[in-house]
Ligand binder design. Structure first.
Ligand SMILES: [Mg+2]
Length: 99
């Protein structure tokens, strides 16, 4: 049976949550005073999205890369964005999480 749009959104957000938890386990509770650090992390992940999207668009560079799954790379970008948003929410006092 075909899923509805809400269920599809839930599935993708669940994958983002799983990736966020994976990143938390791998890198710990990351907080950066300099937003440039977050930009570098997000930029690196966005670069992998571009690498994975290249062949889909017929624009492969031939450069070897591990970033070959566009869905996975997009989920990773979203999870990094969530981590940065968590920090901003903490700084604004919008969460109960202690830095
Ligand atoms: Mg990635």
């Amino acid at each position: 049976m075909k899923k509805g749009i809400t269920e599809e959104i839930e599935d993708v957000l669940l994958d983002v949550l799983k990736e966020r938890v994976r990143q938390l386990g791998k890198f710990g509770h990351q907080r950066h005073k300099n937003p440039g650090v977050w930009l570098a992390i997000l930029g690196e992940e966005f670069g992998e999205v571009c690498q994975a999207a290249g062949p889909v668009m017929g624009l492969g560079t031939g450069k070897p890369t591990d970033a070959d799954d566009l869905y996975t790379e997009l989920i990773q970008v979203a999870a990094v964005a969530v981590a940065w948003a968590e920090q901003i929410a903490e700084e604004r006092g919008q969460t109960n999480v202690k830095p």
